[in-house]
Design a protein around this ligand. Structure first.
Ligand code: ATP
Ligand code: LTN
Length: 329
């Protein structure tokens, strides 16, 4: 069975973009692949966090993994800090990552360009830790949203660098970007991706949003004046985004079929249909979340996941340290 690994950095509440671009795919893949899904709590603290809020978001994230359908009997679900070898390999990989490479990473560059002050060293070296998160488990594929592709490509370069210098140490993984929904855009500004760090809350539907609030957000999504439900991201970015959401929540229904269904209908009708799909999805997730959040399944899931992940990670770290001449015994 081929192996797959991915992580989410819950610095806020998970949203529809995270679900469509990442989580939903983890769930679809868990039968076909050996799935590793972790919660990247080290990556979370690369930007300042309120401790109480962070803890709630981390717990919600595990509960939402399960509520969205990840099955702990199939997938290995764990918390990044429970696997100490990951951070240690992160340091080793960081020592093999050029500053030029880190300077090119758009996530960091964007923050620099916005003149954000007090950017941390952790944020700058984050891609090296992300490479370790991945390479320590030798996955074949890394399913991520579009914005993470560059980090996975750097991971591939780093794997090859180690393999060339020290002998075969790592599998060179491939990013897996889904065709539909790899970049869900903000409902209030379809030129920006839907993001929990969005200043405007109206553009982002959270998985735990009250259903009326979610409905309102979809109904007031920014569209255009062309009055034509057509997938045309250049000229009709708002409508195209809604088509993407509708398709993704309807078993990837082809865009042409959606266009046909809404031919001659107004945007109001289309938005209503999208909001119904969104609310159906949220309602199902929230019902499961409410059953899970205060049960002991969270603890068991994380303990079992850590046990399994640690076995693999420690063995790989030892192998790498040995190859680098760092071990004595
Ligand atoms: P945000 O921008 O909301 O802070 P993020 O991308 O920085 O999110 P994560 O929460 O770790 O950080 O994202 C988890 C996964 O969700 C990643 O694979 C990411 O690519 C994907 N993702 C995030 N936003 C979107 C989006 N708008 N559309 C599709 N996928 C997304
Ligand atoms: N960088 C990712 C989260 C992340 C990740 C990973 C994803 C950390 N380590 C390893 C896939 C594989 C993000 O910001 N979304």
């Amino acid at each position: 069975m081929k192996r797959m690994l991915s992580g989410i950095k819950p610095t806020g509440q998970l949203h529809l973009g995270n679900y469509i671009g990442a989580l939903k795919n983890f769930v679809n893949y868990q039968d076909e692949y050996e799935m590793f899904a972790f919660i990247a709590n080290l990556h979370c603290i690369t930007t300042a966090q309120d401790p109480n809020e962070l803890q709630k978001n981390l717990k919600d994230c595990v509960a939402l993994y399960l509520a969205c359908g990840l099955d702990p009997n199939k997938a290995t679900i764990f918390l990044q800090t429970d696997i100490k070898a990951q951070a240690q390999l992160g340091y080793i990989i960081c020592c093999h990552t050029y500053m030029g490479e880190l300077n090119r990473m758009t996530q960091f560059k964007d923050k620099m360009a916005k003149n954000e002050t007090n950017l941390s060293g952790g944020l700058y070296t984050y891609p090296a830790l992300m490479a370790a998160d991945i390479l320590i488990y030798d996955p074949d594929y890394v399913p991520v949203g579009d914005d993470q592709k560059q980090h996975v490509e750097l991971t591939r370069d780093l794997a090859e660098r180690f393999n060339n210098k020290y002998g075969e140490l790592f599998k060179v993984p491939e990013p897996l970007i889904s065709k539909v929904g790899a970049r869900i855009m903000s409902l209030s500004d379809p030129s920006k991706k839907m993001s929990k760090s969005d200043d405007n809350d109206k553009g982002c539907v959270y998985l735990l949003d009250d259903l009326n609030v979610a409905k309102k957000k979809v109904m007031s999504a920014v569209t255009d004046s062309l009055a034509n439900v057509k997938y045309d991201p250049i000229n009709q970015p708002g409508i195209s985004n809604l088509i993407q959401i509708y398709s993704s929540l309807s078993n990837n229904m082809p865009y042409a079929e959606i266009e046909k269904m809404f031919e001659g209908k107004g945007y109001g009708d289309f938005k209503k249909a999208v909001s119904e799909k969104v609310c159906e999805t949220l309602s199902d997730i929230q019902e499961k979340y409410n059953n899970i959040i205060n049960s002991d399944i969270l603890e068991k899931t994380l303990n079992d996941g850590a046990t399994k992940a640690n076995l693999i990670a420690e063995e790989k770290l030892k192998k790498v340290q040995k190859a680098l001449g760092m071990e004595i015994l």
